[in-house]
Design a protein around this ligand. Structure first.
Ligand code: F0G
Length: 404
């Protein structure tokens, strides 16, 4: 096998593919790839394959030939001159993950995770989700012909995401509780053998999610940005980005690490709080609340991994208010034509804040990962985008209205 699965906490090797935590200490699991087949190779060798997640197959722990794929990845990295000027940053870029098949970065992890489920012979997959994971899993399960169960926090999932999960044929269970409670239940369902768990505590999911960082570096011809900024919810994605960067450094393809910036909503900010106190562990937030429902999570399963990623890259965690998130979302849309959902706009809001405080300087090269598409959450968009102008069906009436 070109990889080992080991406990993140105690280092024990785990060979039972159905486990999602360490049988000794209960810690999270982590895939350790054997990168020796890549030694002596360069980016050029990898680039022979088309853009997308599977260009980076040698970094992934499943066989590409058997991959369940919807051609995920290969998303644009926009140079944002107008937004950069507004924020006072010379080189600002946005990695637009809303361009993935189901409209979020989750597809990168799901192509690998669902391929793993098929490899293990699982028949039913499941997750708890604030929305995007369920939309993605439902689509990949449909493609693979697997049963799919998703547990969603009642009333707190954006409309587009709910529509997707229902549309692709998942069994959608609305839980009278928050994401953290739904995750507890689905972990127990997995333990009792009802389904194969495809939340991001499944160590194969972050492996696919690593590819967003590979792509950013690939698109920048391996010139390392000063910072990569991304929203933090259940906290696996920042870990995945960190892991990708450490692998590139191990191979000598990059010679330094970008600093990672984790952005949380101030109503659900356990990682930010731990960072402020200089701690490597965090206290859960009991009643998380934010307009960015995707990251409305009080007890992030991969929180300890996220803190390691931040500290090891000399990065920072920052919190932003709902007002700052909506302002960032609008500014990105109206200066660059890029539409992202509120959680994704947290990365823009985080950059605004850190530039204002002087933590980020004008001459840095910054990459914001914008994780999900605007249309995931049409209700929030309509609420915050001003009024529709109403008119009689009469040209003179329309002329009067648009002249106002
Ligand atoms: N951005 C979006 C759009 C998300 O949907 C999520 C997580 C995140 C950021 C945060 O990523 O959890 O790895 O720190 N959404 C999960 C879900 C929780 O269920 O869809 P993270």
């Amino acid at each position: 096998m070109p990889y080992k699965v080991k406990c993140f906490e105690c280092g024990r090797e785990v060979t039972d593919g159905l486990l999602d935590s360490c049988p000794t200490c209960g810690g999270l699991l982590n895939v350790e790839m054997d990168l020796s087949p890549l030694k002596g190779k360069t980016l050029k060798d990898i680039r022979k394959a088309p853009m997308g997640v599977w260009r980076y197959a040698p970094f992934l722990p499943v066989d590409q030939k058997k991959a369940v794929s919807l051609l995920e990845g290969g998303t644009p990295l926009y140079r944002c001159l107008g937004l950069g000027e507004k924020l006072g940053i010379k080189d600002l870029r946005v990695k637009y993950e809303g361009a993935n098949p189901t409209g979020s970065f989750k597809d990168r992890g799901m192509t690998v995770g669902v391929s793993r489920a098929v490899e293990l012979g699982c028949k039913v997959v499941g997750c708890a989700s604030t929305g995007n994971t369920s939309a993605s899993l439902a689509a990949y399960a449909a493609k693979a012909g697997l049963g799919c169960v998703v547990l969603l926090p009642s009333g707190k999932v954006a409309l587009g995401k709910l529509a997707q999960a229902m549309f692709y044929g998942a069994k959608v269970v609305s839980i009278d509780g928050n994401f953290d409670e739904a995750l507890d239940i689905v972990r127990r369902l997995a333990k009792e053998g009802h389904l194969y768990l495809l939340n991001s505590i499944n160590p194969f999911r972050p492996e696919g999610q690593k590819t967003v960082a590979f792509e950013i570096l690939d698109q920048l011809d391996m010139q390392v940005p000063d910072r990569i900024v991304l929203p933090v919810g259940n906290a696996a994605n920042i870990w995945a980005v960190y892991k990708a960067l450490t692998e590139l450094r191990e191979l000598g393809w990059i010679d330094r690490m970008p600093r990672l910036v984790g952005v949380q909503a101030s109503g659900s900010n356990p990682i930010f709080r731990a960072f402020e106190e200089g701690k490597r562990d965090f206290q859960p937030v009991d009643h998380p609340e934010t307009v960015a429902t995707a990251i409305r999570i009080g007890n992030p399963a991969s929180g300890r991994k996220a803190l390691k990623a931040i500290y090891d890259t000399d990065g920072v965690a920052v919190e932003v208010t709902d007002e700052e998130i909506i302002a960032g979302q609008k500014l990105l849309g109206r200066t660059e034509g890029i539409g992202v959902e509120p959680a994704s706009a947290a990365s823009i809001a985080g950059v605004m804040k850190l530039r204002q405080s002087g933590e980020i300087s004008a001459d840095e090269r910054i990459v914001c990962i914008c994780t999900g598409n605007l249309l995931k959450d049409p209700d929030t968009v309509i609420k915050n985008s001003g009024e529709i102008l109403r008119s009689k069906a009469d040209i003179d009436a329309v002329i009067k209205i648009i002249a106002r």
